[in-house]
Design a protein around this ligand. Structure first.
Ligand SMILES: NC(=O)c1ccc[n+]([C@@H]2O[C@H](COP(=O)([O-])OP(=O)(O)OC[C@H]3O[C@@H](n4cnc5c(N)ncnc54)[C@H](OP(=O)(O)O)[C@@H]3O)[C@@H](O)[C@H]2O)c1
Length: 333
């Protein structure tokens, strides 16, 4: 029984944490997006929060074919109806089509059927935004396969999804100009509170930590977000396709449903201190579309270059996490 070793944060780590409270204004907005005519984009968790705003901004200002990958059919179809109305109102674009593919990222058996369904509809894939996520759910929440729910959903679910989409994504990238094909991994500045090296290998689910309190909760969420940052950096090292940009972001500190498991008092305070969710969409779309973003970058609110915590950046750390992710997802490929 022991606690994870959390490295002491450097001054620049703390500056980054503070930046989320006082972020820079977004400069990469709709007027700078490429047309994306004939291109295909997937946004996971696009039915609410940042994903919803990302889909809306893309749908209103580009010609991309957009797919929301999410778990709740009724909620997502209602969200698509709302998106259509808002896209017409805000961008004067009528009857914008938005696709839906059902997937539960916390159940590894649901991911292959979702990709098969997508492949029946499309024969190309240009941009993937791994946006869906869970934060600090009740202690002991598990994925279908028994992983702690945040690592199960945020990390393993997206790892398997990306693996299964790799063939179509890579094939498309070979015909695209350099830098158009992109993968965006939603990390968080909370990765600063992750265990050294990202994952607490001796107890990944934090089941044996002596006391589970707010600090360990933050570390457990941070662990999943550190792994997302590592996935972004490692994808390109494991796949030698130079046209692709794989990068991570912290979208900012935004008022969304992510805080759904917080107390009523916390949520009351958050609405006054967190930023509007549209701002976080600009961070996502900066990573997905801006010519300033390079492979392996990490960007923060609302389109500012930054750096991940130092101990997470080595190839050795990336290899260890990647090997584990591949091993755990092998049975579902
Ligand atoms: N908001 C912030 O301040 C902030 C800061 C840093 C990073 N982030 C990251 O940004 C991303 C988006 O968060 P958000 O703030 O927009 O949160 P949100 O409003 O709670 O949206 C999360 C989305 O993920 C989906 N999702 C959760 N579990 C899923 C599963 N098992 N399968 C499929 N979809 C699932 C949710 O679907 P349902 O609607 O069905 O629940 C929802 O669409 C997350 O990765 C989060 O970690 C957010």
């Amino acid at each position: 029984m022991s606690y994870p070793d959390i490295p002491r944060n450097s001054l620049s780590d703390w500056r980054q944490l503070a930046h989320g409270m006082w972020p820079s204004k977004p400069t990469f907005k709709e007027d700078r997006y490429p047309s994306l005519e004939g291109k295909v984009v997937i946004v996971t968790g696009g039915n609410t929060g940042l994903g919803y705003e990302t889909v809306k901004s893309l749908a209103g200002s580009t010609k991309a074919r957009i797919y929301i990958f999410s778990r709740n059919k009724e909620k997502t179809l209602n969200a698509i109806d709302d998106l259509k109305l808002e896209v017409q109102k805000e961008y004067s674009v009528k009857n914008r089509e938005i696709g839906f593919v059902q997937v539960d990222l916390s159940d590894l058996t649901s991911i292959k059927p979702a990709v098969e369904e997508f492949l029946k509809k499309e024969d190309r894939l240009d941009i993937i935004i791994h946006n869906a996520g869970v934060m600090m759910p009740p202690q002991g929440s598990k994925s279908k396969q028994g992983y702690e729910i945040q690592i199960g959903t945020n990390v393993l679910g997206h790892h398997l999804l990306q693996r299964l989409l790799d063939p179509i994504f890579i094939k498309t990238s070979e015909t695209n100009p350099k830098g158009l094909s992109r993968i965006v991994w939603l990390s968080s500045t909370y990765h600063m509170f992750a265990p050294r090296g990202g994952i607490f290998w001796e107890d990944i689910n934090f089941e044996k930590v002596p006391k589970f309190n707010n600090l360990t909760k933050t570390q457990l969420y941070g662990q999943s977000k550190a792994a997302n940052l590592i996935q972004a950096r490692t994808w390109s090292r494991k796949h030698d396709y130079p046209n692709v940009i794989s990068s991570s972001i912290c979208p900012g500190y935004l008022n969304t449903d992510l805080q759904r498991h917080a107390s009523a008092l916390e949520r009351y305070v958050y609405q006054y201190v967190l930023w509007p969710k549209r701002m976080g969409a600009y961070t996502e779309l900066y990573a997905a579309l801006s010519p300033d973003v390079k492979d392996g970058d990490h960007s923060i609110s609302f389109g500012t270059p930054a750096k991940g915590r130092e101990d997470l950046l080595s190839d050795e750390v990336g290899d260890k996490v990647w090997t584990w992710l591949d091993k755990e997802t092998d049975p579902y490929v």
